[in-house]
Design a protein around this ligand. Structure first.
Ligand code: BGC
Length: 793
């Protein structure tokens, strides 16, 4: 297989230069034609010939220049290093003025006038902040994702940033992992689709456009598989799982033309990703044909010493560079150890040439040699247009998890005429900084609308507010203070009022009693409880928020729980006792308005979960695409000895197996019904499917809005392969569509299934289709029941 891929890649590269020699249908497309273009490569080669070894190494060096002096406390300023051609890229330099200042040095004062490339963590917007990526993914709306990337790219370019450290495409199946908030959730099929949308929005298929930015797809690879959900922890998984579950989104992003990738902090099966030739060279370059460059994650080359794969900086830097990590972010090891190793013969100079070549290709493709400077623009304003986009995206990203009837009113939501006075209760109700979430780039909490503000706009004096509790209790705050390593979060924890005397809870109860409905705005602190280095061993609502919730519930008032979180929470009690639950994530600058839109029914919710919500933390990692087991808990037990009963089955003795709210779940104010799915044929020839000749089978289904109001349904198609050489998950998502339906309207949908959908990795890591029967399930969540089948023979 490797040989076949090699020849494909060779052909793909050769055909980038001589397209006429290569009939299109015989080739896999070059992932990024600009990086492979003869013009770009001619210029790169000409420049490389003029470069000294030190100048080439300079292209592989990146520093964060937030302050004036150089790395490791050296007396050299960044200006000085840039002038020598010793730096290829800077990160965290923001704004046209600041970036241009360094760029003038690079372009005007260096021997070869090579521009710098400026990178930054633009994750869910640059200035206009949209819902956090996990929230955005629950829209299942690829055009919304693309639109977010587009706005972010335009704003980033105005800030002097040509390179964003986004999208984060790590599959995340463990809610304990803090970085699940940056992900698109647990599913590879959806993750790959969203990854493509990000790349398209940022790069526009043309890096040279003045408002395109190069992406850095991260964190390659399998960072989300950290053992026990603890950030930076080792990852250990089979090659089949790696390829079938974790790699597809990175691969999709590369196929969509991603210009760069970022290596991850974790080790994979014992080899740190940042020094992993299997990932960086065998798969990425040889199999996928990637021609951009790989930057290490922050300090990850230096951290190879902690991974204990070499005795000194020189050894680990050599391992990283020769594995295929082209740029060293902040370790200062490529800068200080590579030249000597080339001179001693320990590293062939061609390895340095190749790394520099890859970096230069991206700089040329971006047009930086022609247009190195950012245009100084007006100061940012969150205009009505930007707000409208942020609100529309947030509206689509809010998941209605539960909406049960209450006495006398039918379903609690949307809030009806009976609601005159609302009690908003909880620490997240009036916290603009939490609305913009973690990794909010240049976003400013001053632009954010809290739920309190949005409800005040609607209700005036009829909105009552009580904080009720902090996010944390004093004890949790102490723990965080102890484990936290950055000053800012410590400060914020210290700033939290820590109401351990129960008075604020009592006040909240009194406030609830005065209102017709209580809206509880509870959850996590965006900044220091979600995102990097924010893994949690507890998934219940932190601090005394559960107590607050139960105390308000005891008043018997109708209530709605609105969650502002960056991960699935274990809300078992709320799931059983609170009639209406809304997951708002960290919804961005228009968050408050968007939540109010949903609460009052001006927006009919359409979002669907992309991560499973557990009953208890002990179920983690929890995901719908489980493997079969010989002793299924709720399957057919007739083959087991009669006395086996339910005991000797694959289950917890003290908890459900299932999710409290499963993948794909999300309610609406209308009802959708599904007709019986059909297949275009009952059997497809194996040879055609394996050769990728057309769709094997097309699944058709009618979806009807059978309720009284217009709504949008995310129709989901799941497959089960019933007999394979390597066991396959009980269900896997292989198609979806967002469909807007007027009340009473029916639409017919079709899902073509071919090699992409039907293949899997066998025990030799080959992607194959085998003769088998497939079950197809279509519906509005991973519990979809409408079923049809077909075979491949
Ligand atoms: C994170 C990356 C980020 C980088 C640069 C690292 O700590 O893991 O996601 O892009 O810092 O800020």
């Amino acid at each position: 297989m490797t040989k076949r891929f090699l020849s494909v890649v060779f052909l793909a590269i050769a055909c980038g230069f001589l397209p006429l020699l290569c009939p299109a249908q015989t080739l896999r497309p070059v992932p990024n034609a600009q990086l492979a273009s003869p013009e770009v490569n001619r210029r790169v080669e000409a420049l490389l010939k003029q470069m000294t070894l030190e100048e080439k190494i300079g292209q592989t060096v990146q520093y964060a220049a937030g302050f004036a002096t150089g790395p490791n406390g050296s007396k050299l300023s960044y200006d000085e290093l840039v002038k020598r051609g010793a730096i290829g890229s800077l990160l965290n330099v923001i704004g046209a003025e600041a970036t241009n200042r360094y760029q003038h040095v690079a372009v005007e004062q260096t021997r070869l006038h090579i521009p710098l490339i400026f990178g930054d963590d633009v994750i869910h917007g640059d200035r206009t902040i949209f819902p956090v990526p996990l929230g955005l993914s629950t829209s299942w709306d690829l055009s919304a994702v693309e639109g977010v990337a587009r706005t972010a790219a335009v704003e980033a370019r105005a800030d002097g940033i040509e390179w964003v450290f986004s999208p984060m495409v790590d599959i995340a199946r463990d809610a304990r992992w803090g970085r699940i908030v940056e992900s698109s959730g647990e599913d590879p099929w959806l993750g790959a689709a969203i990854a493509r949308a990000w790349v398209k929005g940022y790069q526009q298929g043309d890096l040279s456009k003045p408002d395109s930015v190069a992406v850095s797809v991260k964190h390659y690879a399998a960072y989300g598989g950290a053992i026990a959900g603890r950030d930076y922890n080792a990852v250990d998984m089979s090659d089949v799982t790696l390829r079938q579950v974790y790699l597809p989104p990175y691969h999709a992003a590369v196929d969509a033309g991603a210009a760069t990738l970022m290596s991850s902090f974790n080790s994979l099966n014992g080899v740190p990703a940042t020094a992993n030739p299997y990932l960086m060279t065998e798969i990425l370059r040889k199999e996928w044909g990637f021609q951009g460059f790989v930057v290490s994650d922050w300090g990850a080359v230096g951290e190879l010493l902690n991974h204990a794969i070499g005795p000194d900086g020189s050894t680990v830097a050599r391992k990283a560079l020769t594995a295929g990590v082209d740029m060293d972010m902040e370790s200062n090891l490529y800068a200080t150890t590579i030249a000597a190793q080339v001179r001693s013969g320990a590293i062939p100079e061609s390895v340095v040439d190749e790394a520099a070549r890859r970096v230069l290709r991206v700089k040329y493709a971006l047009g930086l040699f022609e247009h190195p400077y950012a245009a100084a623009g007006a100061a940012y304003v969150a205009t009505a247009e930007k707000r409208a986009q942020a609100r529309a995206v947030a509206d689509e990203s809010i998941v209605l998890l539960k909406n049960a009837p209450i006495e006398g009113h039918g379903a609690v939501l949307p809030l009806g005429k009976w609601v005159k006075t609302v009690a908003l209760i909880g620490p997240l109700g009036d916290s603009p900084k939490d609305m913009i979430g973690s990794w909010a780039a240049q976003g400013d909490a001053k632009d954010a609308i809290s739920l309190r503000q949005a409800l005040t706009e609607r209700l005036g004096d009829h909105l009552l507010y009580a904080k009720g509790s902090g996010v944390l209790s004093g004890l949790d705050a102490d723990l965080l203070r102890h484990t936290s390593f950055i000053d800012k979060p410590k400060q914020e924890v210290a700033d939290e009022p820590v109401p351990d005397d129960g008075k604020t809870i009592a006040e909240a109860v009194e406030t609830a009693k005065k209102a017709d409905v209580a809206i509880l705005a509870l959850g996590e602190s965006a900044d220091w409880m979600t995102g990097e280095a924010s893994s949690r061993a507890h998934l219940e609502l932190p601090g005394r928020q559960e107590e607050l919730l139960e105390a308000v519930a005891a008043t018997g008032k109708p209530m709605v729980l609105v969650l502002f979180t960056g991960r699935p929470s274990a809300i078992k009690w709320a799931g059983a006792h609170v009639p209406a639950i809304v997951e708002a994530w960290f919804p961005g600058i228009e968050g408050g308005h968007a939540v109010a839109d949903v609460l009052f029914g001006e927006v009919n919710p359409s979002a669907k979960l992309t991560t499973s919500f557990p009953y208890s933390v002990g179920q983690e990692p929890l995901y719908y695409a489980q493997f079969p087991t010989g002793r299924p808990a709720h399957g057919d037990l007739s083959h087991l000895p009669a006395d086996a009963g339910e005991k000797f089955t694959s289950r917890y003795i003290d908890e459900e197996n299932a999710a409290l709210f499963p993948f794909g779940w999300g309610m609406s104010y209308t009802r959708f019904s599904y007709g019986a799915p059909t297949v275009s044929r009952a059997e497809a020839p194996l040879a055609d499917v394996a050769a990728g000749r057309g769709p094997a089978v097309t699944v058709g289904v009618d979806v009807t809005n059978s309720g009284a109001v217009a709504g949008t349904e995310v129709v989901q198609l799941y497959l089960r392969n019933t007999s394979a050489s390597v066991e396959q998950p009980v269900r896997e998502l292989k198609g979806f569509a967002r469909v807007a339906l007027a009340a009473g309207e029916t639409k017919h949908l079709e899902f073509p299934l071919g090699f992409e959908e039907l293949s899997f990795y066998n025990a030799k890591s080959e992607r194959v289709v085998e003769p088998t029967a497939y079950k197809v399930f279509v519906g509005g969540s991973s519990l979809a029941e409408r079923e049809v089948g077909f075979a491949v023979r």
